[in-house]
Design a protein around this ligand. Structure first.
Ligand SMILES: C[S@@+](CC[C@H](N)C(=O)[O-])C[C@H]1O[C@@H](n2cnc3c(N)ncnc32)[C@H](O)[C@@H]1O
Length: 267
């Protein structure tokens, strides 16, 4: 039965008043018996799994990392050789730990956007996944860090399953945004390889966006031209386009493209 409009409005108002941030929201949801939501169950979950399992098989993916793994129900439909799931909610990680306790191919870790600097690539994998997470990243700084970590985690591919449009929020923990302009501007080693419709319907439908890491090539001539322009980049705003970001370091700058010295040497 649908709630009458007045009751629904009061319930929404309560949600707004109680909302103290995206991480708190999800921890409170899981610790009070909630789950990852409709998108992780039933036909929607099966549609996501069918797409991802075929992708993993067809592209010989050996390892998968997921930022925002949720309660593990979606994962129960997955056929991945090796998997690491990270989530902001300790309760979600506890659920996954228990559910997959007998499965040595699956590992789980608590993720905190502010306490994460994976310079050694410990959490990187052939495929990095973000499923039904981007439109839950309410705070701009959280979105920014999450996206950087996601693209740094993908050795070959990143698949996002999300909306990619601005829509009015239906609840305080939902913020639909266009993420693709951010990827175009910040991840120049990546190209959108494919976009495919998701299994859902309606304006808030999430779709699949498959990004492929371009093969590292030689440093472009214009970057090698002497004298190189050296710019100290604001550490909060931008970073190396290959994810080799080091706070406080100097970066070669060429228009909108940045390479830190470590990556520049590697290419
Ligand atoms: C709708 S659920 C989707 C879970 C899972 N990816 C799936 O498809 O079933 C969204 C998940 O994103 C997680 N989340 C929210 N903000 C996050 C963040 N900044 N970093 C990582 N996970 C986050 C939540 O804790 C929640 O488990």
């Amino acid at each position: 039965m649908r709630p009458v409009p007045g009751v629904r409005r009061i319930s929404l108002l309560r949600q707004w008043v109680r909302f103290t941030g995206s991480a708190d929201y999800w921890e409170s949801n899981y610790s009070h018996g909630g789950n990852s939501g409709d998108g992780s169950y039933g036909e929607l979950a099966q549609g996501k799994a069918d797409f991802l399992n075929a992708f993993v098989r067809d592209h010989s993916i050996a390892s998968v990392v997921e930022l925002g793994c949720g309660d593990g129900n979606q994962l129960s439909l997955a056929d991945y050789p090796r998997y690491a799931g990270l989530d902001v909610s300790p309760s979600a990680i506890a659920m996954c730990k228990e559910r997959f306790a007998e499965d040595p191919t699956k590992s789980f870790f608590r993720y905190d956007t502010d306490c994460y600097a994976d310079r050694g690539g410990w959490f990187s994998a052939d495929l990095a996944l973000s499923l039904d997470v981007v439109y839950h990243l309410i705070e701009d700084n959280v979105f920014e860090s999450y996206m950087r970590h996601l693209f740094a985690a993908g050795k070959r591919y990143v698949v996002l399953y999300s909306t990619n449009t601005t829509l009015p929020g239906t609840a305080p923990h939902v913020r639909h945004r266009r993420f693709s302009p951010w990827v175009d501007a910040e991840c120049q080693q990546w190209r959108l390889m494919a976009a495919a419709p998701g299994p859902g319907v309606g304006p808030g439908r999430a779709d699949f966006f498959v990004y492929e890491r371009a093969a590292p090539g030689p440093v472009p001539d214009r970057l090698l031209a002497s004298p190189l322009r050296i710019t100290v980049i604001d550490t909060q705003r931008t970073g190396c386009s290959q994810g080799g970001y080091r706070a406080g370091r100097r970066y070669w700058a060429d228009g909108s493209r940045f390479l830190c010295r470590k990556c520049e040497r590697r290419t």
